[in-house]
Design a binder for this molecule. Sequence first.
Ligand code: ADP
Ligand code: MG
Length: 245
Amino acid sequence: MKKAAVLIVKDLSKSFGSHEVLKKIDLDVAPGEVICVLGSSGSGKSTLLRCINHLETPTSGEIRFHGNPVQKHARALSDYRSQVGMVFQSFNLFNNMTVLDNCMSGTRNVLNLSKEEAKKRAIEQLKAVGMAPYIHAKPAQLSGGQKQRVAIARGLCMEPEILLFDEPTSALDPEMVQGVLTVMKDLAKSGLTMIIVTHEMAFARDVASRIIFMDQGYVAEDTDPESFFTAPATERAREFLSRYR
Ligand code: ADP
Ligand code: MG
């Protein structure tokens, strides 16, 4: 039996001006699910993640975390974002801070951990992504792949229940992609709940427990990877997949 949903997206719509970018999205996320969100550029994938993380305010519909709607005041939002974290295509590290300080800022400022505790957690997570030797480096001294692994470690330091990824490897040189995907695969194995927007089809097929295929603001398919990749139900998905063969 499927576990109770930790996150529920219900009837979510989002418009920018007259442009309806998300159209009545329904999505229940159970603990431990690894959902890969696929779809063409402009189909609404980033907007969906940004609404889930409350970086965008839905035009209508709701998002519930453990059954509760997310409150809009700053304190509640930063608390929510510590539990539903996000990793961005462009890393979003603080460039003036060291790797270690980047990984301590959230746990210090939002979770109010002691300096010792925050540092211990940061080093642990940086070790897990292979970035422990770089704790005193600044982001500018790192490759894109290294920056992204630091960004993932920073997210993990918050011990989130869900981690959202928006094309985490799209800004990377090809030789950096695999290292980041390996880290994410290990996270998936560890049981972390993840929603991953990606164009890495082999990764999605291998790691996802569920595929969401978006088309023009709709969830066009919501299925298991085997079905999606071997027998997609919609013409749009067939056409989309043919571009990756
Ligand atoms: P994807 O991530 O699938 O490429 P996005 O969610 O980024 O798609 O964008 C979906 C559509 O919404 C696009 O047409 C994009 O131009 C539009 N859009 C996204 N963000 C904004 C915004 N802040 N203002 C206006 N239009 C936006
Ligand atoms: Mg996007």
